[in-house]
Design a protein around this ligand. Structure first.
Ligand code: SF4
Length: 221
């Protein structure tokens, strides 16, 4: 079965402390205006599962982890058996997810198939439809609670385009996370101009108050 749009054979940046490959799953259930990956969101799968697994089999000893990214990997209908095969090859798995499929996240956790998760906290509910059509803050919290209770290592992250979210909204999101018992780094990734995006964006017209944000979040540029 064709699963992936692309495969990055090696990264030291995307899986904390582990040399890893990235599997880019095709398609997404959101339409974030700032999305850098319209090709993946609207593309077609090009790489068979068997090809990806055979790649991993050959890289045993060189790589330790696989990042499931996209697009949105939880949409892939064969994800659970695919992850079982990845684990059988001895790899650890990091899930990168927009958090909109808590049912799939629950299955992955229940079957011991993920070792680390990066969860997008896109926006407060009032901003979801403007920033990420199809998104729901309620579903984010469902996914968050599953991970919080699971004992699995995880992180929460937000992309900040200063024309879409302001510093006060980020501070409110950070406080909401803290209120829910989140005591890890909350990563805020600043939107970078220059790439093709899924939606049409106004130019970033103002500087972000990084000093203010740094009191509540860990900034990634
Ligand atoms: S940025 Fe949004 S639209 Fe793009 S892949 Fe991630 S969740 Fe999907």
């Amino acid at each position: 079965m064709k699963a992936l749009y692309d495969l990055t054979p090696f990264t030291l940046l995307d899986y904390p402390d582990i040399p890893a490959a990235i599997f880019w799953f095709v398609g997404c259930n959101l339409r974030c205006v700032y999305c850098y990956n319209p090709d993946i969101v609207f593309g077609e799968a090009r790489i068979e599962e068997e090809e990806a697994l055979s790649f991993l089999a050959k890289r045993r000893g060189l790589l330790e982890g696989v990042v499931l990214s996209g697009g949105e990997c939880t949409l892939y209908p064969n994800l659970i058996p695919f992850c079982v095969k990845i684990k059988a090859l001895g790899y650890t798995i990091k899930l990168d997810t927009n958090a909109m499929r808590p049912d799939v996240i629950a299955s992955l956790i229940a079957q011991g198939l993920i070792d680390y998760a990066a969860l997008d906290y896109k926006a407060p509910e009032a901003k979801m439809s403007e920033i990420c059509a199809g998104g729901s803050e309620k579903r984010f919290w469902e996914s968050f609670h599953l991970l919080r209770e699971s004992g699995i290592d995880y992180e929460v992250r937000t992309t900040l385009h200063p024309g879409l979210l302001n510093e006060d909204e980020i501070v409110s999101m950070a406080k909401a996370l803290k209120h829910e018992g989140y005591d890890r780094a909350y990563y805020v990734q600043l939107f970078r101009e220059g790439s093709e995006t899924l939606g049409v964006l106004d130019p970033v017209g103002r500087r972000v108050d990084c000093e203010k944000l740094a009191r509540y979040a860990t900034l990634r540029t």
